[in-house]
Ligand binder design. Structure first.
Ligand SMILES: C[S@@+](CC[C@H](N)C(=O)[O-])C[C@H]1O[C@@H](n2cnc3c(N)ncnc32)[C@H](O)[C@@H]1O
Length: 345
C-alpha cells in the first residue's frame, strides 16, 4: 500500500461553495486533518478571514499548524475532540461563525500509518485511537468485551450481517493484539471470498467507531454546530459510510422542520421550530474525475444546511461585535439580512 505524506481533500470546490466562503468570514474546520480544506477556506476568506481548526489527533493538528503557518494569526489549530466544539469556541471567543465543516473519518496518513492499526492491510497493534492519550483501544474491546457486546458492535457499527459468527471466533481465539491476527480470524470465520470489499473491512470500521465513540460524538457535535452558526451560516458535512450519513441526513431534516410531532397528532405539541434550511436536497458526491484521481473519495457524501435564525440573536445573547465588512475591507457579499446579522455580532 502507498503511504501518504498529505491527505488529498475531498470535494474541495464543493466545500468552498457549500460554506459560501466570503472575505472576512469566520469558519470552523472540525476535522482539520492536514489542512487541505482549511487552507482553501483561508484562501477564499481572505482578506480578513479567520479559521479555527480542530483535530483529535495531535500529529494531524501539528501537520495542519505547519501547513497553515503562512496565514499567521488568521488561523488557530486546537488538538481536541470536536465533541468539545462549544468549549473550544468559548476558549477562543470564536462565535458566531459563518460556516462549520466536518470531513469525517480518517485521513490517508492515518490509514496508511502502520503504527495506528486503522487498516487491515498493515501489521500493527490493535489501537485505532484518533487521540493516543485516550484510554480505550481496539485491543481492549476485542479482548475484554463479552461475545454479545462484540457481536452488537460488529453488527451495528460495521453493518456486518455475520457479526455473531465473527464475535464468536474472536472470543474463541483471544487474546489477540495485532491487526493481522484479527484479519485472519475474520477471514476464517467468513471464508475468504474474492468480493468487492475485503471481509475484514466492516469489522475494522465497527471497532474504529466503537473505540472513538464516533456516532455519539457526531450527533452531539451537529447540535453544538447549529448553536454556533450565525444567521445564514452554513454547515457542511462529508461522510464516508452510511451510518454517519444517516445521522447527518436525519439531523438536518429534523432541524429543517417546524413541527416534529408524530403524523397522527391533531395539534402541534412539540413546539419545535426549524433552525436549518436544507441547501442540497439530493446528496452531493464526487465527480467521476475526482474519484479516478483520488479513489479514496469514492464513498464520500456531502450535505449542506443553512442556519435560518440565530438563536444567539433571538435570545438576545449576541453582545459581541463581529463585522465581516470591517475585517475584510470589502463589502459583505451575502444578503442584507446577513449584513444585519454581521453588524449585530
Ligand atoms: C478525512 S480527515 C480530514 C482531512 C481534512 N479535511 C484535510 O483536508 O486535510 C478526518 C480528520 O478528522 C479527525 N477526526 C476524526 N474524528 C474526530 C473527532 N471526533 N474530533 C476531532 N477530530 C476528529 C481525524 O483525526 C482526521 O485527521
Amino acid at each position: 500500500m502507498r503511504s501518504y505524506k498529505v491527505h488529498v481533500p475531498v470535494m474541495k470546490q464543493e466545500v468552498i461553495e457549500g460554506l459560501a466562503v466570503q472575505p472576512g468570514g469566520r469558519y470552523i474546520d472540525c476535522t482539520a486533518g492536514s489542512g487541505g480544506h482549511a487552507g482553501a477556506i483561508l484562501k477564499y476568506s481572505s482578506p480578513g478571514g479567520q479559521l479555527l481548526g480542530i483535530d483529535a489527533d495531535p500529529s494531524a493538528a501539528d501537520t495542519a499548524r505547519r501547513r497553515l503557518a503562512g496565514y499567521g494569526s488568521a488561523v488557530v489549530i486546537e488538538n481536541d475532540n470536536f465533541v468539545n466544539l462549544e468549549k473550544v469556541c468559548a476558549k477562543y471567543d470564536f462565535m458566531p461563525v459563518h460556516g462549520i465543516l466536518l470531513d469525517l473519518g480518517l485521513s490517508s496518513m492515518q490509514l496508511t500509518d502502520n503504527g495506528r492499526g486503522f487498516s487491515f492491510q498493515y501489521a500493527a497493534p490493535l489501537d485505532m485511537r484518533f487521540n493516543p492519550e485516550q484510554k480505550i483501544t481496539a485491543e481492549d474491546i476485542v479482548n475484554r468485551y463479552s461475545e454479545a457486546d462484540l457481536a452488537r458492535i460488529i453488527r451495528d457499527y460495521g453493518e456486518e450481517p455475520a457479526g455473531n459468527r465473527i464475535a464468536r471466533a474472536i472470543v474463541n481465539e483471544r487474546p489477540l493484539s495485532t491487526t493481522i491476527e484479527l484479519v485472519k480470524i475474520v477471514e476464517q470465520a467468513l471464508g475468504f471470498k474474492r468480493g468487492r470489499i475485503h471481509p475484514a473491512t466492516r469489522t475494522f470500521q465497527a471497532l474504529r467507531i466503537a473505540v472513538n465513540n464516533e456516532l455519539e460524538h457526531l450527533e452531539s457535535t451537529l447540535r453544538q454546530a447549529v448553536n454556533l452558526l450565525g444567521y445564514e451560516g452554513r454547515l457542511v458535512v462529508i461522510t464516508y459510510h452510511s451510518l454517519e450519513d444517516r445521522i447527518v441526513k436525519q439531523f438536518m431534516q429534523h432541524e429543517a422542520r417546524d413541527c416534529v410531532c408524530p403524523p397522527e397528532a391533531m395539534v402541534c405539541e412539540c413546539h419545535h421550530t426549524a433552525s436549518l434550511k436544507l441547501i442540497n436536497r439530493k446528496v452531493i458526491t464526487p465527480a467521476v474525475e475526482e474519484i479516478s484521481r483520488n479513489p479514496r473519495s469514492r464513498s464520500a457524501k456531502l450535505r449542506i444546511a443553512e442556519r435560518t435564525a440565530s438563536r444567539l440573536e433571538w435570545d438576545g445573547i449576541a453582545k459581541r461585535k463581529y463585522n465581516a465588512e470591517e475585517n475584510s475591507g470589502s463589502s459583505c457579499q451575502r444578503s442584507s439580512m446577513l449584513k444585519e446579522a454581521c453588524g449585530l455580532f
